[in-house]
Structures are given as C-alpha cells and as structure tokens.
Design a protein around this ligand. Structure first.
Ligand code: SF4
Length: 247
C-alpha cells in the first residue's frame, strides 16, 4: 500500500484521546507549512524536506495495521497537511484499513479542502486572527483570504468541525479578539474554542464579553490546548517519546 508521491512524515503520536473528539486515535505529523506564525515552536516542521530520521509511509502503514481494533482513527496534523499532494491517497489508504480520519488545518488551500472533505470524519480548523489582520500572526501577506474561504467551505460541508484560536495576549489584545469574534459570529459560527497560549492567560473579562456572541464558547487551558505543532523532536531516541500526546 503506497501513497504516491510519498507522504513526508515528521513523526507519529501513537495514542491520543484529545485530538479527534470521541475517538482513540494516533496523530501523524506532516512536514511543510505555508505560514510562519510568530509563535510557532517547531520551525523544523515548516521545512517540507524529509530528513533521514523521518518515519517512512511504509512504517506508518505497518503501525496502523498492528493497531486495527485498538485505535478508532488517525489525525493528519502538521505543519500544514493540505500542502502535500499525497494526502488524499494517504487518507484513502488508512480509511481502507478501517480507520476514521481527521484533519488539523489552517486552511491555506480551499480547493484541496473541498476535494478531501468527503473523505474526512472531522476537521480541527485553526483561525489565527481577524482575516484581514492575518499577516500580523502568520507573517504571510493575504493569508487570511484563503483561511476565510476555507472556513466557508467547511460551513457548507457535512463534515463535523471545530474552529479554535490560540490567544497570546502579547500578540492579540482584547480589541483584536473582539473583532475576530464579531467576524466569526457574522459568518454564522455558533461554537468557538479559545485556547490559552503556553504560559499565558486569557485577558481578564474576555470570556464574559465573548460568550454572548456564541451558542457555545469553550475555553481550553494551555495544558488542554491542541497546538498545531508537536513538541520539538528530541535530539536522539524515539520520536515522539512513547506515550506522548499531541499536545
Ligand atoms: S504554528 Fe502551525 S500554521 Fe503556524 S507556522 Fe507553525 S506549523 Fe505553520
């Protein structure tokens, strides 16, 4: 079984209960990212080129063959999984093995998202900032336009999804978060997840101001947050450490 051209895999989290709602899953971390978020803590993963230490697709398939009956699903995360043209084949291959499939994305490729959505059981969608202010976080001009289009694609699909935003008060003040909240509410979003950045607390009073705008507002502590990069790869040994979770 092959996904062609080969999927460029940075690592595997063999067991997680928090990255694919309601499922016991593994997370496959994929290489390459179109954004350069100022808070990204794994610049290594932004590099699309494989390294000699990266797991092969074949080893990944062997892992999942051994986990049939123990895992419900697989999460493709990154980096940005949608950048890899081998992703649809990989999703299909693991579905054929009996696994449900989920995607973590920041939505840089709306066309690719449209095509892969029918083959996904869930999407975790990261919104970085008010769409017209994306560059302040991602450092990529006009990156908000594709993200907005991808969110519309998700809203029009039948695939369940979650929209979440990591709030770093040093990068996003109360006014900026409120602009984002108003924008998402206007787009018809009823549920929003706010995640604390590592080592940071949400601005005092933010939750009370935002909660009335949504049917459901979830606050995730940094310890519970789903960052969109794995922990840095250790200098040596197995990656990730056995039992590590994708958070
Ligand atoms: S935080 Fe995620 S989306 Fe942003 S640059 Fe890093 S890998 Fe890319």
């Amino acid at each position: 079984m092959h996904a062609t051209p080969p999927l460029r895999i940075s690592g595997l989290t063999p067991l997680t209960t928090i990255d694919f709602p309601g499922r016991i899953a593994a997370v496959v971390w994929l290489r390459g990212c179109a954004l350069r978020c100022v808070y990204c803590h794994n610049a290594d993963l932004q590099n699309p080129s494989s390294t000699a230490r990266d797991p092969s697709w074949e080893s990944l398939v062997r892992f999942f063959e051994r986990r049939r009956g123990f895992l419900d699903g697989v999460v493709f995360s990154g980096g940005e999984p949608l950048l890899q043209s081998a992703l649809p084949d990989a999703v299909t291959a693991l579905r054929d093995l009996g696994f449900e499939t989920a995607l973590h994305t920041a939505g840089p490729c709306p066309g690719r998202l449209i095509r892969i959505l029918p083959h996904l059981d869930w999407v975790g969608f990261d919104v970085k900032a008010p769409f017209e202010e994306y560059e302040s976080i991602t450092q990529i001009p006009k990156s908000g336009e594709n993200a907005r289009e991808s969110l519309v694609v998700l809203q029009r699909s039948d695939t369940p999804f979650e929209v979440r935003t990591t709030i770093d008060p040093n990068l996003m003040d109360m006014a900026m978060v409120m602009r984002m909240a108003a924008q998402l509410q206007k787009m018809g979003l009823s549920r929003w997840v706010l995640q604390e950045a590592t080592g940071k607390r949400l601005p005092v009073g933010l939750e009370d101001r935002i909660a009335p705008l949504f049917d459901h507002l979830e606050i995730r502590k940094a310890s519970e947050a789903r960052p969109d990069t794995p922990p840095p790869r250790p200098e040596s040994g197995r990656y990730p450490p056995r039992g590590a979770r994708a958070a």
